[in-house]
Write a protein that binds this ligand. Structure first.
Ligand SMILES: [Zn+2]
Length: 99
């Protein structure tokens, strides 16, 4: 049976169930049980945890790398579009003015 120290009084708490909390028998405080101490079969399987970690890693990479890259690409695209459009507009303006 796994035991751990009560964070309030330091008493040794035995934990055998699957509930997320256990009540300390020494000081009566409700203590949140670490996920590692819960019964194996009731926690997520390792590959499921890995998949979730991968998902968060992908989200993290998209946020850290993808968003700035997209912003940079958008900025580059806008500057290229401006570089093309401004001379065309200037030509058009000269054409209108010379008529
Ligand atoms: Zn306690």
């Amino acid at each position: 049976m796994p035991t751990f120290a009560c964070p309030s009084c330091g008493g040794s708490l035995a934990y055998s169930g699957a509930a997320p909390t256990v009540v300390c028998q020494y000081c009566g405080s409700t203590v949140a049980v670490l996920a590692e101490l819960r019964r194996p079969g009731l926690t997520l399987p390792a590959h499921e945890t890995n998949r979730q970690a991968m998902r968060w890693l992908v989200i993290f990479l998209v946020l850290v790398v993808g968003v700035p890259t997209c912003l940079g690409l958008a900025g580059a695209f806008l500057s290229v579009a401006a570089a093309v459009l401004v001379p065309l507009l200037a030509l058009f303006a000269t054409f209108l003015a010379s008529r």
